[in-house]
Design a protein around this ligand. Structure first.
Ligand SMILES: Nc1ncnc2c1ncn2[C@@H]1O[C@H](COP(=O)(O)OP(=O)(O)OP(=O)(O)O)[C@@H](O)[C@H]1O
Ligand SMILES: [Mn+2]
Length: 509
């Protein structure tokens, strides 16, 4: 009898547990749906889309965005999600935990196949993936250096930077593995600072740092902690510049094999002895001690150069980024180009690329984009900027002496790495609208996706910087997510190129 009761009780307990467990599962699933429903059709998103509707079917990037959002409804999870907390900082708590990406289920074998066949000398006329033998950056029939062009040789006691500058070549700033890069980084991080002055022009405060032997660096000060995000109501053009973005962007450019960004390093300065004591002029009048007893200054510029936006030490130690100076214009003049996919820099106006469906065709048929490497460089730049979230690419520069067949410099990455939880697809517009990518760039992205993730490679590289950690972990996590988005975009282009009709039908499904 007692035995029976015990058995009954046990059976009862098990069934109660099972019922509870099932209930919990249902609640859990519902919460998931709830979350998702909250995430996608938010009013915030809707506002973005209201503009998009006018352009329905006109902009390739909007098409991609639509398809992309649809796709993220499935097993891949939501890949574009807005910052949930609109605060200035996202806080250090659970947000800072690295979100381990799911193991890749899709290895992009279709894209790998293209890479492989091009390496075997096939698929050479591919319209989307440009093979090495049609890429001037790989062919490099000539690759003279500034020193060779100007008939200049470094003197015996020339600085590392001067040697570096004379070695800048037609197709890249420095060679893969160039030892002078590390030397320059070390020099800028450790050499004594002789003189400091504010850089004229530009929108935000920057200092020109003079070291012994004529070496110079461009200094951008630290304003915020690493986890402070772009203010949600700030446009890209009123975003603050971040010194750590400059450091991270240099490493990223090098990892991606572009080598189009000047070396940048982090360093902590004593504001009294390494800035105040070695500068003169108007900037001195902007130094003050804040109520928190920190030493501050604001300099003079057209944005954020006032007491309310001062740069403050802790209490008088200030971190910043030091970018190696480009050769002076006496040696190597630069040409400034308007970026064809420049944003409007107006809070209501749109740029031409946002309005014209055939915008890329117009660019592609206009010199210098109609031949050579320039168009491919813009595609690389779009990928580089999308990965780092840099929306501020209004102009770009090249070295005049090399003509049009030269690389585009990656200058001014101060507004990158501002939103770790948002992937700004419009930065990919050049790639989405032109459907063009270098074989070498695609090959590298596939390598990151299927092998050691980009986040890991960048994290390791940044460890070499004196003020590491350089990036807040969610920014690194974002990189792997964005690699996937770029690969999706390229796949989309390839599919469209291979069966344009079928895809046109799909567009409207
Ligand atoms: N490493 C460098 N060496 C020498 N000059 C540089 C270097 N980097 C940038 N410059 C020059 O300084 C100018 C301003 O730099 P940067 O673009 O970083 O500042 P900015 O204040 O963000 O300018 P803007 O607000 O116009 O974008 C650039 O146009 C470029 O010509
Ligand atoms: Mn800028």
């Amino acid at each position: 009898m007692l035995n029976m009761k015990l058995k009954e009780r046990l059976a009862l307990a098990i069934s109660a547990f099972l019922v509870l467990f099932t209930l919990m599962l249902i609640v859990d699933i519902q919460m998931d749906y709830g979350n998702f429903a909250n995430k996608v059709p938010l009013p915030l998103h809707a506002r973005v889309h209201s503009g998009d509707l006018e352009d329905k079917g006109r902009s390739a990037y909007i098409e991609f965005r639509k398809r992309f959002l649809q796709k993220s409804n499935g097993s891949n999870g939501s890949r574009e999600y807005e910052q949930s907390a609109p605060g200035e900082t996202s806080g250090g708590g659970t947000d800072a935990e690295p979100r381990t990406p799911a193991p890749p289920t899709d290895r992009y074998e279709d894209l790998q196949k293209i890479i492989l066949s091009q390496l075997q000398g096939k698929a050479e006329d591919h319209t989307v993936v440009i093979p090495p033998h049609r890429d001037l950056n790989i062919l490099r029939p000539e690759n003279p250096t500034i020193g060779e062009m100007e008939d200049l040789e470094p003197s015996i006691n020339a600085s590392n930077l001067e040697r570096f500058q004379l070695k800048i070549a037609q197709h890249e700033l420095y060679e893969d593995g160039e030892p002078l890069v590390d030397e320059i980084l070390k020099d800028m991080a450790t050499n004594s600072i002789l003189h400091v002055e504010q850089k004229e022009g530009g929108t935000q405060l920057k200092l020109i740092i003079d070291y012994p032997n004529g070496v110079q660096a461009l200094f951008k000060p630290m304003r915020f902690a690493r986890d402070v995000q772009t203010l949600p109501n700030h446009f890209y053009f009123s975003d603050y510049e971040r010194h750590n973005a400059e450091i991270a962007a240099f490493h990223l450019d090098r990892i991606l094999g572009f080598r189009r960004a000047m070396p940048v390093v982090g360093r902590v300065l004593n504001m009294t002895t390494e800035i105040y004591d070695v500068t003169e002029g108007d900037i001195l009048k902007t130094f003050f001690v804040s109520p928190a007893n920190n030493f501050c200054f604001h300099g003079k510029c057209s944005y954020y150069c006032d007491t309310g936006h001062a740069i403050c030490g802790n209490p008088d130690m200030l971190e910043g980024s030091f970018a190696a100076f480009l050769p002076s214009s006496d040696i190597a003049e630069r040409k400034v180009w308007r970026h064809p996919w420049r944003r409007s820099y107006h809070k209501r106006r749109k740029a031409p690329w946002e309005l014209q469906s055939d915008y890329c065709d117009t660019v592609r048929t206009t010199p210098p984009y109609d031949s050579g490497r320039r168009m491919l460089d813009l595609m690389d730049m779009s990928i580089y900027d999308f990965l780092s979230g840099n929306m501020d690419r209004h102009h770009y520069e090249t070295f005049k002496m090399f003509g049009n067949e030269t690389f585009t410099l990656h200058l001014d990455q101060g507004r990158a790495f501002g939103k770790a939880f948002h992937d700004e697809l419009s930065i990919l517009a050049p790639l989405l609208q032109c459907c063009l990518v270098r074989h070498t760039t695609l090959s590298l992205l596939l390598k990151f996706h299927n092998g050691v993730p980009l986040s890991k490679v960048l994290r390791e590289s940044l460890k070499l910087d004196p003020v590491n950690p350089i990036l807040w972990e969610p920014h690194l996590v974002a990189l792997d997510r964005r690699v996937l988005i770029i690969l999706d975009a390229i796949r989309n282009c390839v599919n469209k190129a291979e069966s344009p009709l079928q895809n046109e039908v799909n567009d409207f499904v």
